[in-house]
Design a protein around this ligand. Structure first.
Ligand code: PLP
Length: 397
């Protein structure tokens, strides 16, 4: 074979989520979009804030279009990185400077860069199940080995299991809260314990274990739920942030990496991040959207619609007898298959034109994910199907 087999394998096998999404488009053309209840994709259903749209228009009407659309520094424009650093310091008191910030094409790029920056061949990277399946790809690309830490019954981190998974080869731990696919926010007490364990293991093994916080859903939390900022709890931490969900800009590919200035050899790790960005071709994040971020640094999407969707879906599905984890954040509901088989639940729901994602690949067996970032009416109109299915499963009479 002339081409790379790993890349071929990744390109030729679509993710299950994409598969379902493509099916939904075909099905919609057959029976009408209003009759297909597609809950597969985590694409925001809320518009970007008006401030963002206005800023894009203003920038596009401004004088120096050559500069606006030109290359910036590889790590991002200094004034943009300054605005990001100021925002982090205002909110989390973290003492970061622009020289700790690397602008990226969203969290996917941020994660790929961070892993490439710190992982050597054969190093182990721990992820907490359930986890975003692309972590497998990013870790593999950095030549690391993925190690899965199992959750407790509430889908929080099982601290004993986590500790047992750390070996002298552990180089990085990825933590994603609010979580995709469960919607769970890890509590402060769990986070503190994770960090204590990491410090203990670093001392025991005489090496550094990096904590990589994957935070595309930080701003999507419902009610008074506290999302700890991991830099404030652990020195060797880097944060992968994205504006995909917080500003509803997933197609524009913009986010950043923030490296904790308290990290051991912080500036060298930052240089490794610059080098990893360079080797992956992730330099100079989209210039226009760097400027949008700078202008709208404190903007947030209105998450009322997501909360309304969550409440409607969670209340009804639990009433129908489904076992669901109440999501405190993100826009996903994680539902246990009544017969323990995620794929049969997926197929039975599909027969009622309801498209959910079977989640065995996310590291826990027997669950499906419902992405509720959709129109309220899609949820309302799908409830009859969910109810019928509950009857078939014998959850209700
Ligand atoms: N991490 C998690 C947990 C996600 O759910 C996603 C996207 O859905 C990403 C990373 C990638 O986000 P981005 O669009 O910023 O690349």
């Amino acid at each position: 074979m002339n081409y790379n087999q790993n890349s071929y394998a990744l390109g030729s096998k679509r993710s299950i989520i994409r598969e379902i999404f493509e099916y939904s488009k075909v099905r919609a053309s057959q029976i009408g979009a209003e009759n297909v209840f597609d809950f597969s994709l985590g694409n925001p259903s809320v518009e970007p804030p008006k401030e963002v749209i206005d800023s894009i228009k203003e920038l596009l009407a401004s004088e120096n279009q050559t500069l606006l659309h030109g290359y910036t520094s590889a790590q991002g424009d200094l004034s943009v990185r300054t605005a990001v650093a100021d925002n982090i310091n205002r909110r989390f008191n973290a003492n970061v400077t622009p020289n700790n910030i690397y602008m990226t094409c969203g969290a996917a790029a941020s994660l790929s860069i961070c892993l490439k920056a710190v992982v050597n061949q054969g190093d182990e990277c721990i992820v907490f199940a359930p986890f975003f399946t692309e972590y497998r790809v990013f870790v593999q690309n950095a030549l690391g080995e993925l190690v899965i830490s199992n959750p407790d019954k509430d889908l929080q981190i099982d601290l004993k299991d986590f500790e047992s998974k750390i070996t002298p080869k552990t180089k990085a731990v990825i933590i994603n809260s609010p979580n995709n696919p469960s919607g769970v926010v890890y509590t402060e007490s769990v986070i503190k314990s994770v960090c204590d364990i990491l410090r203990k293991k670093q001392a025991e093994h005489g090496n550094i274990i990096y904590l990589i916080a994957d935070e595309p859903y930080r701003e999507l939390v419902y009610g008074d739920v506290f999302v700890p900022y991991l830099m404030n709890y652990y020195e060797n931490c880097m944060v992968c942030y994205s504006y995909s969900k917080s500003l509803s800009l997933p197609g524009e590919r913009i986010g950043y990496i923030a490296v904790n200035p308290q990290m051991t050899d912080s500036q060298n790790v930052y240089l490794a991040i610059c080098g990893a960005g360079r080797s992956l071709g992730y330099v100079c994040a989209p210039s226009l959207f760097q400027q949008v971020v700078k202008k709208c640094i404190d903007a947030k999407v209105n998450i009322d619609a997501y909360k309304k969707n969550r409440d409607l879906l969670y209340t009804n599905l639990t009433e129908f007898g489904y076992d669901c984890v109440k999501p405190d954040g993100a826009f996903y509901l994680f539902v246990k298959s009544p017969d323990g088989d995620a794929y049969s639940f997926y197929e039975k729901a599909k027969a009622k034109e309801i498209l959910v994602v079977p989640c065995d690949d996310f590291g826990v067996k027997g669950y499906v994910r419902i992405a509720y970032c959709v129109d309220y009416n899609r949820i309302k109109n799908s409830l009859a199907g969910f109810e019928k299915l509950a009857k078939e499963y014998g959850l209700i009479k």
